[in-house]
Design a protein around this ligand. Structure first.
Ligand SMILES: [Mg+2]
Length: 115
């Protein structure tokens, strides 16, 4: 099955940006050790961005009220690193998501509400 056009467009845009900056490490032939190193780096970046998101949630909760623009930007940063990690793992995100949703339907069958 072909990945949806919109998701593919997002991934293509990210690939183009990374290639223009020499950051498309997922397009290089990597040893397992190099791949683990890139996964390590990507995961640190992902969690850094998630931390920035969490900080804006905290500020929204404690101080300044809803910081929707900042939250959207930081969540997008985490999405970017999720895409980059999925490219390192040569994943088809749409297929993997579909598989996981099917698995979760089975796993949480007892929570399903009858309509
Ligand atoms: Mg950020």
């Amino acid at each position: 099955m072909k990945m949806s056009d919109r998701l593919q467009a997002i991934i293509d845009r990210q690939r183009e940006f990374d290639a223009a900056h020499g950051w498309a490490h997922y397009d290089r032939e990597l040893s397992d050790e190099q791949l683990v190193e890139e996964l390590y780096r990507g995961t640190v970046h992902l969690l850094g961005e998630l931390g920035e998101f969490a900080n804006d949630v905290k500020k929204s909760h404690r101080e300044s009220g809803l910081r929707k623009d900042e939250l959207r930007e930081e969540l997008t940063d985490t999405f970017i690193y999720l895409i980059k990690l999925s490219l390192l793992l040569d994943m088809d995100l749409e297929t993997e998501h579909k598989k996981k949703i099917e698995k979760n339907y089975a796993r949480f069958e007892h929570h399903k509400k009858s309509l």
